[in-house]
Design a protein around this ligand. Structure first.
Ligand code: P6P
Length: 341
């Protein structure tokens, strides 16, 4: 008896969920398929980047927040932009790689907008370390006509879908439409994403903390104390934790999703803002974390409760296993109480 497990393709899954949850009249499904298609094209270039030297290295330009743009950053941005424009389900996108949002005038009555980090961790491209794409989908708030800034500047709680693609030892697309988190692995031999990680649940606590230890001396004192707490021996709580930091948020986040752990990007003195972007990195990953039973905070409130004021705004972020985020928040809160005394 062949016990071949029926592998469900991404398209079959979306079609099934659309019937079960009726989360959209098909436009959202189309958007998810278009994002998957663009990720396959990006994956093809990422996987042979070392062989096609003209795709490696810097593009010689900088994005709106001053980051050096890699050639693959620009390539990925172009792929997702054209895929979403062709889809017809999206009236505009905002991208980490573009200063302003990009309205699709030919689809100005479409229902959705997308916030996108086309290639996160791109500084790792030239050294063959995992990188990722992060996306966040909202229903527009403007009624019709060209999309407006307010369509993109919505609280994370308003997301209708969010996901990431990790271009790693295998390529995976992990996303939520508000009914749990599911992971799909690309079989490049057939060009299909297959359901490999149904209903992902992030462990309540883990034994890994991810942070750029090199900034330790410039972290706020409560975060230095939290890191010291993580590295103090205490067998009942499984400490000291292991330190893992890939320098690619999607890769660190994905490992923590599966094994449990916390990823932190605290403020680094003298800045108090943090590095990561609310719209393009933190909101989508926060939606996924919470849907999988985890948490995402700026140290004080849930990331998804933050009212955005500008496209490229940054924030400190503590995201992953719920109990670990709670502990980091507790140490930050205690410190504030001491300050007030
Ligand atoms: P640092 C990549 O640029 C990124 O946005 C995240 O993917 C990554 O975790 C972080 O920045 C790395 O930043 O300052 O530690 O090199």
């Amino acid at each position: 008896m062949n016990n071949y497990r029926k592998l469900i393709t991404l398209d079959e899954f979306i079609f099934q969920r659309e019937k079960d949850f009726a989360y959209s009249s098909g436009e959202l499904s189309g958007l998810l398929r278009d994002i998957a298609l663009a990720s396959k094209i990006v994956n093809r270039e990422v996987n042979k980047a070392g062989l096609v030297t003209e795709i490696l290295g810097s593009a010689g330009t900088h994005n709106s927040t001053g980051d050096d743009q890699k050639k693959l950053d620009v390539f990925a941005n172009d792929q997702f932009l054209s895929a979403l424009k062709v889809s017809g389900e999206c009236c505009g996108i905002a991208s980490e790689e573009s200063e302003e949002y990009i309205p699709f005038t030919e689809h100005q009555n479409a229902k959705y907008v997308v916030n996108l980090d086309p290639l996160d961790g791109s500084s790792n491209i030239d050294v063959n370390v995992s990188i990722g794409t992060i996306f966040s989908i909202f229903r527009r708030v403007s009624l019709s006509g060209p999309c407006v800034a307010e369509d993109f500047l919505q609280k994370g709680t308003q997301q209708v879908a969010a996901g990431y693609v990790i271009y790693g030892s295998s390529t995976m697309m992990v996303f939520t439409t508000g009914n749990g988190v599911n992971g799909f692995t690309l079989d490049p031999s057939v060009g299909e994403f297959f359901l490999s990680h149904p209903d992902i649940r992030i462990p309540g606590k883990g034994k890994v903390y991810s942070v750029n230890q090199g900034n330790y001396i410039n972290f706020p004192e409560p975060i230095r104390r939290y890191i010291d707490w993580c590295t103090t021996e205490d067998k009942p709580t499984g400490r000291p934790y292991s330190f893992r930091y890939i320098g690619s948020m999607v890769a660190d986040f994905h490992r923590n999703m599966i094994q449990g752990g916390i990823y932190m990007y605290p403020p680094v003195a003298p800045s108090n803002k943090g590095k990561l972007r609310l719209l393009f990195e933190c909101n989508p990953l926060a939606f996924i974390a919470e849907q999988a039973g985890g948490k995402a905070s700026n140290g004080e409130i849930p990331v998804m409760e933050i009212e955005p004021t500008e496209l490229h705004q940054r924030l400190p972020v503590y995201i992953g296993s719920a109990e670990m985020v709670d502990k980091a928040e507790e140490m930050l809160r205690k410190s504030k109480m001491v300050e007030k005394v």
